[in-house]
Design a protein around this ligand. Structure first.
Ligand code: ARG
Length: 700
């Protein structure tokens, strides 16, 4: 009898559990019976023979898992992507499967050597939509998915596996005829579950219990309306028959000992290619990635944003730069199940940098503000990157770019102006951009050339091992150049700078003309003044490193003294404050801004307890900055990061890697993190500047 379906199997003549590469194999080494396995396999073979034409690949001695033909590769039409096994225990199977595919007329694609992908064990064609559900997390690498998309010309939906018992997608997920999907949700992360739910309507989702899952019910061979599996509970059988499926159970317990069952033992070699998905709300957009895509890890991050955001991608082209300094360009088609998912993904891609969305011809959508300080739903949230909006048939550059604002389009003296505004500044009657149409973000590719103006060689990454000296050299060089050309350096600093003995160095930087504005909170000024007046910082004697009796009161006395004089500047003028960071600011005309917080003692008369005013003050001082040095203050550094547009270099120094990471997460390619003690960092920086300039002021 001839069938429409063809299935490849590999007889179990050399099958055994010889090693452990998944949790099922643990404790089962040489515990399976060859005879028993042969008879179970034969039974599966005869059940399937009723529904499909079975082809065989010759088993090979020494490769016991070759029986699991699903892992040979992934077939679509006349193409096959050959598996690249993660474990050496199975890598020897590759040439035999390769040969079989070639002998049978397939065009075989092979992945780069170190990119694991385990074939149809981790990639399943959706029976209705025609897209590919592809698993990753244990055996296959997410990076293999773009290759699948490209070579097989198929939309890929990546699903992350999180339970090691379900290490292959086909152990916990099974697309069925008519668009049903039988699966075990806890085997997937939250995003993947969301993706499944968005793609497969509730009535088409068949959720199995843990018991069914560990009996490998999802590891089913489905041909038309027949489902062949190891075992199913009565409930599951009832559900399946309700949906029009005939369940055929055939025991495969010997193979469960190696972590496989019916589906693992088979590979469909007829997988007809389907046309575009029919569901109508699904939409696609093409984005361009440009820059040092591999070096900077942007590709990975972009693809991750797309898949975790609920979309999928297809790589249309990928031109790798030939030389290290060349940039690479990739075109990626992003597909999302609906507009809101798409908007969300696009927003995140823009944040990432190096992603340029081709200018569209659809104008931006505007919606009116109907309540002061409140934007319309769906308003476009701005990023740090320079942007343009299309209003009518004109592109307008957005003024006052910063992140986390809205774009208000207003008329200012007869001219149309697009301006970044904070929510609280929106006024009734203004129009605000909603959605993500008609917006174009401009960005330059981050350079990796050393010795240029860019902070390149340090990259956007963060590493505590990175040699601090190397970073310091680069920063010293930049500080000097910025000062000499009349540029602007802003420092945000926390009290740790004082506690760690960084004060004398920061003072020197101010004296040397390297600091053009200082931003902080009440605390840095308080402890600086305490140190200057009493020699302690938070009650610790800074020379001897011990706490002083009653020292905890010192800072309050310092505050009280300054309060008596009305301001820090006045205390300096009256000769009450005679040294320290704040003293140097006053003496050298370096403007400073102190933003208050709930925990502030005092506060100092200079501290702005009105946070909206403090934010505005910070923003004013940041304007025109070339470089921002963030010294051990998470609060103020993040605040500053949020109001700074792209293009401003930021160096964040903190002993806590989490702070540093948090700042570079803002997606700016210009930010560099240095995980180290801030006092040490400042002393190295001053030493390096001395070397570079021989300046006496610094040596003093
Ligand atoms: N012992 C094999 C392994 O761990 C089992 C493979 C099961 N195959 C599958 N498609 N899930 O690789």
């Amino acid at each position: 009898m001839t069938h429409d379906m063809k299935i490849l199997m590999c007889p179990p003549h050399h099958y055994d559990v010889d090693y452990v590469i998944n949790p099922w194999m643990e404790g089962n080494i040489h515990r399976s019976s060859r005879d028993h396995a042969e008879s179970q396999w034969n039974q599966l073979y005869s059940v399937l023979k009723k529904h499909a034409t079975i082809e065989l690949v010759e088993p090979q001695k020494g490769w016991p898992d070759m029986v699991f033909a699903a892992n040979a590769g992934l077939v679509l039409g006349d193409r096959v992507v050959l598996s690249r096994f993660l474990h050496p225990e199975r890598q020897g199977e590759e040439p035999y499967f390769h040969k079989w595919f070639e002998d049978n007329g397939f065009t075989v694609y092979t992945l780069p050597k170190s990119l694991p992908f385990e074939g149809a064990g981790d990639a399943l064609i959706d029976r209705a939509g025609g897209w590919l559900w592809a698993g990753y997390g244990f055996r296959s690498e997410l990076d293999s998915h773009p290759y699948l998309a490209d070579w097989l010309d198929v939309e890929v939906l990546s699903l992350r596996l999180v339970d090691s018992r379900f290490y292959h997608l086909d152990t916990c997920f099974c697309p069925l005829t008519d668009g049903y999907v039988m699966y075990y949700p806890p085997a997937f992360d939250a995003y993947s579950n969301r993706l499944i739910e968005m793609r497969v309507p509730a009535e088409k989702r068949i959720v199995v219990s843990e018991i069914d899952a560990i009996n490998f019910a999802c590891n089913t061979v489905n041909v038309d309306h027949v489902v062949v599996m190891n075992q199913a509970s009565d409930e599951l059988k009832a559900i399946l028959s309700d949906r029009g499926f005939t369940v055929e159970e055939t025991p495969l317990t010997e193979f469960l000992k190696a972590g496989g069952a019916a589906k693992c033992l088979t590979l469909k070699t007829i997988e007809p290619r389907q046309t575009e998905p029919k569901a109508s709300s699904i939409l696609s957009r093409v984005i361009r990635l440009e820059g040092h895509l591999l070096d900077s890890g942007i590709v990975n991050r972009a693809l991750d944003v797309i898949t975790t955001g609920g979309g999928s991608f297809q790589v249309l082209s990928f031109d790798l730069g030939m030389q290290r300094q060349d940039i690479s360009v990739a075109e990626v088609k992003v597909t999302a199940p609906d507009i809101s998912v798409m908007d969300d993904i696009m927003g995140q891609l823009i944040d990432l940098g190096a992603v340029s969305l081709p200018r569209e011809s659809t104008p931006a959508q505007l919606d009116a503000v109907v309540q002061d300080g409140v934007a319309p739903d769906d308003f476009y949230v701005t990023t740090i990157y320079p942007s343009e909006v299309l209003v009518g048939d004109h592109w307008y550059r957005v003024q006052g770019q910063r992140m986390d604002g809205a774009i208000a389009v207003t008329h200012e003296s007869g001219q149309l102006v697009a301006r970044c505004k904070l929510l609280r500044d929106l006024k009734v009657g203004e129009e605000v951009v909603v959605g993500s149409k008609g917006i174009h973000t401009l960005r330059k590719a981050p350079s990796i050339k050393k010795g240029t103006d860019d902070f390149s060689f340090m990259g956007a990454g963060v590493s505590s091992e990175r040699r601090v000296e190397l970073v310091v050299e680069q920063i010293a060089w930049d500080l000097r150049r910025i000062r000499d050309r009349g540029g602007k350096v802003v420092v945000t600093a926390g009290p740790v700078v004082i506690h760690t003995g960084g004060s004398e160095h920061l003072r020197k930087l101010i004296q040397g003309g390297y600091v053009h504005a200082l931003l902080g909170g009440n605390a840095i000024a308080v402890h600086d003044i305490e140190q200057s007046m009493m020699g302690t910082s938070l009650g610790m004697d800074m020379k001897r490193g011990v706490s002083v009796q009653g020292g905890h009161r010192h800072h309050l006395k310092a505050i009280n003294t300054i309060r008596r004089y009305g301001s820090i500047a006045n205390a300096v003028e009256k000769g009450v404050l005679t040294s320290g960071v704040m003293y140097e600011c006053v003496k050298n005309n370096v403007p400073f801004s102190l933003a208050g917080s709930i925990r502030d003692d005092g506060p100092l008369p200079d501290t702005k307890m009105n946070l909206i005013e403090a934010q505005a003050d910070y923003a004013r001082l940041i304007e025109g900055a070339d470089l921002i040095l963030m010294l051990s203050t998470m609060l103020h550094s993040i605040g500053v990061g949020n109001m700074t547009p792209a293009g401003v270099k930021m160096v964040c120094v903190d002993i806590n890697p989490a702070v540093v990471t948090k700042l570079s997460d803002r997606g700016s390619v210009e930010s560099t993190g240095v995980v180290t003690d801030v006092g040490l960092f400042l002393s190295l920086l001053v030493q390096q500047l001395c070397k570079l300039t021989g300046e006496y002021a610094l040596v003093k």
